[in-house]
Design a protein around this ligand. Structure first.
Ligand code: AMP
Ligand code: MG
Length: 321
């Protein structure tokens, strides 16, 4: 099991090194403990999904030190500046269109064009973010389907040795997830209720729709944004072993397929974490009208392969009618 470390100069420096090396650092925020990775590092972000055993790719909240850092990642407008000036640092995440220059891993947005941003208030989270000086993607530091951890020992019990480092910050003050406010469209929408209330947001924004619905995890989730997923413009076929010559082929593992126009490999060595890290980038690269479609080789349905197959099935289903 990963050792729990009290946060000090040395362990924070180690945490920053760990993040730079593509590792996973569990750290306290005022809401719950997060499982953090460098949000620009595809493989590190893929490791988060693997560590949590997530059956699908949900978009992750990107943690930043402050508004200036966030402005380099999302397209701020007057409404976003208004709420951020009032509630950051704090338990509010805002969803904005992702800037083309953000440098964020596409996996962080799980295929969406938006990104959720938050500057947490917890002193240890802030210290880590300022020292790292980059965006940290962090969902709650627990396995999928379990309640969110509010103590370092909960993280250790849930994740075993799947986090490289666990920083101890005592009990989380809020103990409830951040409010997620979607400002990417014309009307502000609450995607998830949390510590910042709708009434507080209405004071600043006049109207705020409630777009949250309960999920079986107990956490409300957006009906619209989240069920909308990345669909390719050209048709996609899955579990294909014999692509046709006018299809682009997405291979997995060793392949000697030379019949298709273009072959990109999710992971020549058959590594599912590498495959997850490359999935969205490869689909986007091949989504071009010059191909009749995209054919994808079978991907093993174990570990993070389940989330890969879930996403591929949805992308394929989008063309089924
Ligand atoms: P967690 O994984 O516990 O940190 O929860 C993240 C929450 O933020 C989930 O409810 C996500 O649906 C929501 N979220 C993150 N990114 C986005 C996004 N780009 N668009 C909509 N919702 C998002
Ligand atoms: Mg959670």
């Amino acid at each position: 099991m990963t050792t729990i470390l009290s946060a000090n100069n040395e362990t924070l420096a180690d945490s920053v090194d760990c993040l730079h090396d593509g590792g996973l650092v569990a750290f306290p925020t005022e809401t719950v403990y997060g499982l953090g990775a460098d949000a620009r590092d595809d493989k590190a972000v893929a490791r988060i999904f693997a560590a949590k055993d997530r059956p699908s790719f949900n978009p992750l909240i990107v943690h930043v030190a402050n508004q200036a850092a966030a402005e380099g990642l999302g397209a701020f407008d007057a409404r976003a500046r208004n709420v951020v000036e009032r509630f950051w640092p704090g338990p509010l995440s805002i969803v904005l269109p992702r800037l083309p220059t953000s440098g964020l891993s596409l996996l962080v947005s799980a295929g969406l064009e938006t990104v959720a941003l938050r500057a947490p208030a917890h002193p240890i989270a802030r210290d880590l973010l300022y020292r790292f000086d980059g965006p940290i993607a962090a969902p709650s530091a627990n396995r999928a389907g379990e309640v969110s951890p509010t103590q370092a020992v909960h993280v250790a019990n849930s994740l075993g040795d799947r986090a490289d480092l666990i920083l101890d910050g005592g009990d989380c003050r809020v103990g409830l997830e951040s409010t997620v406010l979607d400002l990417s469209g014309n009307r502000p929408e609450i995607l998830r209720h949390g510590a910042v209330t709708r009434a507080q947001l209405v004071e600043l924004l006049d109207t705020v729709e409630d777009a949250s619905i309960p999920t079986n995890e107990g956490a409300p989730r957006s009906p619209g944004q989240i069920s909308r997923h990345y669909a390719t413009a050209i048709p996609i076929r899955i579990n294909v072993t014999d692509p046709s010559s006018d299809e682009a082929f997405v291979a997995f593992g060793e392949t000697n397929n030379e019949s298709s126009a273009t072959v990109l490999n999710l992971s020549p060595s058959g590594d599912l974490i590498e495959a997850a890290s490359r999935l969205f980038t490869i689909l986007r690269t091949l989504d071009r009208a010059e191909f009749a479609g995209i054919a994808v080789a079978p991907v093993p349905n174990s570990g993070i392969g389940c989330a890969i197959n879930d996403r591929l099935r949805r992308a394929a289903a989008a063309h089924a009618d």
